[in-house]
Structure formats: C-alpha cells, structure tokens
Design a protein around this ligand. Structure first.
Ligand code: FAQ
Length: 311
C-alpha cells in the first residue's frame, strides 16, 4: 500500500499537478515544506522591523502612509504563510516559539540596519525585487496552499518594488546630498540582496531534492543571475553604480557576469552573527510577550461564545 501511495504522489508531481493538505505525502516532503514556509513566514514578520523603524521618521505624510501600508502588507504575508504551514499539521504558536528560540531561520537580509530613509527605497527596489524573482516561480510550487498564497503575495510585492523605485527616482531628482544617500544605501544593500538567494548551488544541500519535488523550480544561482540581469538596467536608469567591479555584460552568454558574494558573511549572518540578529529576535520576543494579553482575551472571548452557543 505504501508503494501505491508513493506512486500516486510521484505521478502528481510528474504531471505538475498539486499536492493538497489531505493527500498522502512523504514525511521528508512535509518536513521540507514546513522548514521553507516557516522560514518564509518568519522573514515577513521579522522583515517588518527594518522598515518599520522609519515610520515615525518618514519625511512626509504621503511617505508615512505608503510605508505604513507596506509594512502592514508584510504582516498579512506572514499570516497567509503561517496559515499555509498549519495545513501541514504544525501550530503557528509553536513556529513562533521556534523562531524566538533560534531553532528556525529567517532571511539573512533582515539582519542589516536601516541607516537612512534611502534604505526604505532600496529595500523596496532590491529586497522586494529579489523576493519577486524568488517567489514568482513559487506560484507553481507543487504544494497547493503555498503556491496559492504566493500568487497574492507576489502581486503585493510588485507594488512594493515599484514604491521603492519611485522613492529612489524622486531622491535622485533631488539634491546632491539625497543622491549620495541613495548611492550609500545601494552600496550597503547590493551584496546582502544577492545573498538572499541562498548559498551557491554546489553548497546548497536542499536544492536538488526540493527541485525534484518541484517545491523549488530553479536553483539558487539561476535565480540570482535573473535578479542581476533584471536589476542592472534599472540601476542605469536610476543613475546609481552597483558596487561590483566585475559586473559586465557577457554577449556570448546574453547575461551579466558578476562578482562572488562573501559567502563567509552569509554563513555568519545565518548562524546568528549578523549586525542586527540579536536586536531583531529580542524585539520579536518582546512583541510576542506584550501580545500575550490579546491572545488570552481572544481565547476567553471564543470560549464564552462557544458556551453561549451550547446553552
Ligand atoms: N537567509 O540548501 P539551501 C521577504 C539556509 S523575502 C537565511 O539553499 P533552500 C519579502 C536554508 O534555509 C525573504 N537562511 O536551502 C520581504 C538552509 O538552512 P536549513 C524570504 C538561508 O531552502 C521584503 C541552508 O541555508 N523569502 O521576506 C538563506 O533550498 C521586504 C542551506 O540553503 C523566502 O523565504 C538566507 N538568505 O533554499 C519582507 C523565500 N539562504 O533550513 C519584508 C522562500 C539559505 O536547512 C520586507 N525560500 N538559507 O537549516 C526559498 O526560496 C529557499 O528556502 C531559499 C533557500 C532560496 C531561501
């Protein structure tokens, strides 16, 4: 019988159909999905912090309203993703606990500080740009709830990317000091953005299996290359320099050649030793503890309602 279940699963994957929560799936497939979706959800929630730090300091009411809306969207993305993870039989409270205890990861990119308002624009342009490159193929991921969550998330991410680029275009039309702020932010965020795609293919232990299961559709290096190819013309239009002396068009490949990210830095940041890791987790822990009364009140309200219904 186990053979029959496995054969059915293999056939669904081979025919590019979807695995749904009630379908049989190999334990390792479930585990990989929980790992990736939880990490993705945690990234959205932790990712609210770097930009959220600028809400009270936005330079105009218009910029404040835009930033508020974006950070709120990120909370929404986190919630869809936790809901998708829960269809696999895990519990959101438990995932949050694992994050706070450092037993589950979140994206390396959110461990860097946001030093000026130009960082808000650059996060929209580069970080959301990288997120889109990575996530559009995930709309065709083999697990139904994850793929469907990605469709809506990607629509919102492209709006986020445009707002970042529009902010940077505005700053680049401003004063010399504003142009310098943009260039400084680009210099600091370029390499960490390339690291978002994960380690190089030969050092990516999960890729081969995740691609065979069609959870991931492309390798880390392929998506990184797509991101570079998409971004270089945008940088030219904006009038900023990407901080990579090896970056050049390769006519033979029809793609850009580029330098090697500092993989030791990625390792350090992933293992907890980035510029802001401690601050991010501490903030998340505090928010979770401060929210305890809300969760208790909601549970008490639900219990009262249930008791009323039963009467
Ligand atoms: N950071 O074998 P692989 C956003 C870990 S976008 C931290 O290659 P895999 C939007 C990896 O988990 C950001 N850890 O792994 C936003 C694994 O560790 P494990 C979130 C990383 O899974 C914008 C180990 O290294 N997006 O939030 C990173 O096949 C602005 C070995 O790596 C997603 O999560 C990293 N950069 O490929 C929000 C997208 N890279 O678990 C707010 C979905 C690797 O074995 C503001 N995820 N690791 O202990 C994915 O596509 C994949 O999971 C990859 C990694 C590509 C990230």
């Amino acid at each position: 019988d186990a053979d029959r279940l496995q054969a059915h699963f293999d056939e669904v994957i081979a025919h590019d159909r979807r695995i749904e929560p009630r379908d049989w799936m190999p334990d390792a497939y479930r585990k990989t999905l929980v790992r990736q979706i939880a990490q993705h959800a945690h990234s959205e929630i932790i990712g609210m912090q770097p930009e959220g730090a600028w809400i009270t300091r936005a330079p105009s009411l218009r910029r404040k309203a835009i930033l508020f809306a974006k950070v709120q969207d990120e909370a929404g993305h986190g919630l869809y993703l936790y809901a998708a993870a829960e269809t696999l039989g895990v519990d959101r409270a438990d995932l949050t606990r694992r994050l706070i205890e450092g037993r589950q990861k979140y994206s390396s990119i959110f461990n860097y500080p946001t030093l000026s308002f130009a960082d808000v624009g650059v996060i929209g342009w580069l970080v959301d740009g990288a997120a889109i490159c990575n996530q559009v193929p995930l709309c065709r991921s083999s697990f139904g709830p994850y793929a469907r969550a990605m469709v809506r998330i990607c629509k919102e991410e492209s709006f986020h990317q445009r707002q970042g680029y529009e902010l940077l275009l505005t700053m680049m039309r401003g004063t010399e000091a504003q142009r310098a702020m943009v260039q400084d932010a680009v210099d600091r965020w370029w390499w960490p953005s390339l690291m978002m795609f994960g380690p190089p293919d030969e050092a990516s232990p999960n890729s081969a299996r995740s691609m065979a299961w069609k959870i991931k559709r492309h390798s880390n290096d392929e998506l990184r290359q797509r991101f570079v190819d998409m971004t270089v013309p945008q940088a030219e239009k904006l009038g900023v320099t990407l901080p990579d002396p090896e970056l050049r068009w390769n006519a033979e490949r029809g793609r850009y050649d580029f330098g090697t990210p500092d993989w030791d830095e990625l390792k350090r940041v992933i293992s907890g030793d980035g510029p802001c890791n401690e601050e991010r987790i501490e903030r998340r822990r505090r928010a979770h503890e401060d929210g305890a009364w809300v969760r208790e009140a909601a549970a008490a309200h639900a219990a009262k309602q249930a008791a009323r219904r039963d009467r």
